[in-house]
Design a protein around this ligand. Structure first.
Ligand code: NAG
Ligand code: NAG
Length: 193
């Protein structure tokens, strides 16, 4: 059994006095270009967890492709190592492209693996709807596209998603191997204020 040492009230008050001086001293260190802000004044009181379920439409075919290959693989590898595509993909509420448009996935992805087919994704999900209009979530991660569920980090955001962090789970719902067109379900779990 651990023995609990009794602490007298005078010991306690010495402790509080010492911590008070330490805090004052540290906070008192001043730089002209930096200062500590009261987070309450910036509306950063309570962090929320939000979930979004969106469908990402990557279309190479047709007259209005939302994805374009900007660099072809300079090697002839089966994993297309080195290929880069730029995207401005619609994000919709349902799996059909005709369902409600909620935002766009703007960014690029590159074949970053030599041994298997794996992409490095760099995307800003820009919301275009309701209170989220104009706010963005930034996703950067590894996408092993032939796995059932791929997890990628949410590394930040803007607007309503300032200070965002979290992850997405991406799973392919449709994939046309001839055209390269794909529909992917994105489940986004994000902490923000
Ligand atoms: C890739 O293949 C093409 C034709 O099949 C060939 O002309 C080219 O030299 C190859 N490139 C490399 C880097 O092997
Ligand atoms: C979103 O914001 C833009 C301006 O930033 C505005 O033109 C547009 O109508 C808004 N859309 C919705 C659905 O509120």
């Amino acid at each position: 059994m651990a023995k609990v040492l009794p602490i007298s009230s005078s010991q306690l008050s010495i402790f509080f006095i010492l911590s008070f001086f330490t805090i004052t001293f540290v906070a008192g260190e001043s730089y002209g270009y930096a200062r500590t802000l009261d987070r309450k004044l910036y509306n950063l009181k309570k962090e929320k967890l939000s979930h979004f379920r969106l469908f990402w439409h990557d279309t190479y075919s047709g007259k209005n492709p939302s994805a374009v290959k900007v660099v072809s693989s300079p090697t002839n590898s089966s994993t297309l190592f080195g290929a880069i595509s730029m995207i401005d993909d619609p994000l919709t509420e349902g799996p059909e492209l005709s369902s409600k448009l909620v935002g766009k996935a703007q960014g690029m992805y590159a074949s970053a693996a030599q041994e298997e087919f794996g992409l490095m994704m760099v995307m800003n999900f820009v919301f275009m709807e309701g209170k989220y209009n104009g706010s963005t979530i930034t996703i950067l991660g590894r996408n092993k596209v032939f796995s059932d569920v791929r997890e990628m980090p949410v590394i930040g955001g803007s607007g309503l998603f300032r200070y965002a962090r979290g992850y997405v789970h991406a799973s392919t719902s449709k994939n046309d191997m001839t055209t390269g067109d794909a529909v992917v379900e994105y489940n986004i779990y994000v902490l923000h204020y």
